[in-house]
Design a protein around this ligand. Structure first.
Ligand SMILES: *Cc1c(COP(=O)(O)O)cnc(C)c1O
Length: 544
């Protein structure tokens, strides 16, 4: 076959650069067919199609096909890869911090892929670059930064947001590190409930995981401030430089909220006391908690949206910490968590543009880019190419929801979470572990008949003589989970998850917990009742 014949087929597989109404509708039609095929995978189950195990050994042997395929064949094949996917928006899914994306955010991703803007430079992205700045503007206002001072960029995930923060902090503590390399006497602080990406980041930045100081957390899953003060004083006395203090506002497993206000106060006091010539950078890892800032000025007394009293209390409990986000030097935001967009849509906000300037490169280092144009974040971003997908998805949802919509959707899932806890606590054999965390994740444990659930939590937590009991109940909860999960896969019940280590006991054993993470706006009261019903049923089945 002459290559010209092949080219003919190839050209048909691209959207036409110049309007061709027949081909344009072929393109739209191809999309619609793909979506139809995906929709056909929906059943009453909370997954698409049926769960088929992947053969990873065979997958490694995959070869490039010889000839071309048609758009139609490729589409059908692609759709088959969605078999078994959890439907995160399903009312019977309460699995993890993975949201269902909205229609406008999906359209944002689609059109940003269609014309492939690169937001490194406005020359290559035009108004999509402006969209990034608008999202920075909106979130700056939400968290309470000064729009004249603040800046921000989208990056490759929540991990990327913390990476930027630690890098900026490192440059502040040890100027010129970017040129001379990372010195040895640098430390970073995070709580033991903070995200493990901190370990990754200090490793990859050359600070070293040995120099990540992990502070224990209180029963409320927040950084123990006395321990923090001890550790930071010790580090300063030993002449260490502090690259960053990572405060977590919304821990992944429990929605613990660090006391940012006190952390900042202590930092400022120590800067004076130790006469530091830099101000240790404080980063708020609020990739989960940021969205709660829409409640900063919600009238909890008047309660115009009509939330229940327990919900109001939970919103107030979160606001107590979230309202101080503007005290942090930088804030991490994941729209792909509590902003209901597809992956990846993450933004790091930096309170002072000057901090970001510390990692700016010289134009001579990038001879092929940035000769003109007005907006060139590529001068300082870690990434070179950056997609517009996350930006348009985020912008779509901020416009779609507005403050009222975000309050509505978050308020609803908080309300469902509170209802779940109320129902769980109505049973003697069940107990909620993170009662004083006010997000949408609930960690709970089931105990066999005859166990005194009023005292057992504390005993297993701090008394070594309860080790056997703790381990037996860990296994018990695993069995409960297995039953609830297999029932859900049969269309009876709800998909929840477990955590192997909610916390460690004082004597170093992991506490296994059942976990409900509510992020679907479709979850309603009947669904949370089903969770309780299925767990009780599992308890009965286990017969103990
Ligand atoms: C999810 C999460 C991260 C990591 O974010 P990614 O977007 O997965 O890279 C960091 N911190 C917290 C608290 C998280 O929950």
């Amino acid at each position: 076959m002459n290559y010209r014949d092949v080219l003919e087929k190839i050209r048909l597989a691209f959207p036409q650069p110049v309007s061709d109404p027949i081909h344009d509708s072929y393109f739209v039609h191809s999309m619609m067919r793909a979506l139809d095929q995906v929709d056909a995978l929906k059943t009453h189950l909370p997954i698409l199609g049926t769960a088929v195990p992947g053969d990873f050994a065979a997958a490694r042997q995959t070869n490039l096909p010889n000839g071309m395929s048609s758009v139609e064949d490729v589409t059908a094949n692609l759709v088959s890869y969605l078999q078994g996917m959890t439907i995160f928006g399903h009312p019977r899914t309460q699995q993890n911090v993975i949201p269902p994306p909205t229609i406008p955010s999906l359209i944002g991703v689609l059109i940003a892929s269609l014309y492939n803007p690169n937001i490194a430079w406005d020359e290559y992205s035009h108004l999509v670059a402006l969209a990034e700045v608008e999202v920075v503007g909106m979130t700056t206002q939400m968290v309470g930064y000064d729009p004249e001072q603040a800046t921000g960029v989208f990056t490759f995930g929540g991990t990327g947001t913390t990476l930027y923060a630690v890098k900026l902090g490192l440059e502040k503590a040890c100027p010129e590190t970017i040129r001379t390399g990372t010195p040895e006497d640098v430390v970073v602080f995070v709580s033991d409930a903070g995200h493990y990406c901190a370990t990754n980041i200090v490793g990859w930045l050359g600070i070293g995981t040995d120099n990540l100081i992990t502070i224990p957390t209180t029963d409320e899953n927040e950084m123990d401030l006395d321990r923090f003060e001890q550790e930071i004083r010790k580090a300063l006395k030993n002449g260490k430089k502090i690259a960053a203090i990572i405060a977590t506002l919304g821990t992944t497993d429990a929605f613990g909220l660090d006391d940012l206000e006190s952390i900042v106060r202590l930092r400022d006091q120590l800067v004076d006391e130790f006469k530091l010539d830099y101000r240790p950078h404080i980063h708020a890892d609020a990739v989960i908690g940021w969205a709660w800032s829409v409640f900063n000025d919600y009238d909890l007394e008047e309660n115009p949206l009509g939330f229940r009293p327990r919900t109001i209390r939970a919103l107030a409990g979160a606001r107590r910490r979230i309202q101080h986000l503007s005290l942090a030097d930088s804030v991490g935001i994941d729209f792909h968590k509590t902003g209901f967009t597809p992956y990846i849509s993450s933004l790091v906000l930096v309170k002072n543009q000057a901090d970001m300037d510390l990692v700016k490169r010289h134009p001579e280092q990038m001879p092929y880019l940035y000769h003109f144009g007005e907006h060139r974040p590529g001068m300082y971003t870690l990434e070179t190419s950056r997609a517009g997908t996350g930006v348009l998805a985020a912008l779509a949802n901020l416009q779609l929801f507005g403050e009222q919509g975000l309050r509505g959707i978050l308020g609803h899932i908080v309300e469902m979470t509170q209802l779940l806890r109320e129902h769980l606590e109505g049973h003697a054999g069940l107990t909620v572990l993170n009662r004083n965390n006010f997000g949408t994740v609930t960690l709970f444990r089931a105990y066999p008949e005859g166990v005194d659930t009023f005292s057992i939590k504390q005993q297993e937590f701090e008394d070594t003589t309860y080790r056997e009991s703790l381990l037996a109940h860990n296994a018990y909860n695993q069995e409960i989970f297995d039953y609830v999960h297999s029932e859900a896969m049969e269309g009876r019940g709800i998909v929840i998850s477990t955590t192997d280590c909610y916390r460690q006991t004082t004597y170093g054993e992991p506490i296994v917990a059942l976990k409900s993470y509510i992020l679907s706006p479709f979850v309603d009261e009947a669904d949370v009742q089903t969770v309780v019903k299925k767990v009780l049923e599992a308890r009965e089945k286990l017969g103990r």
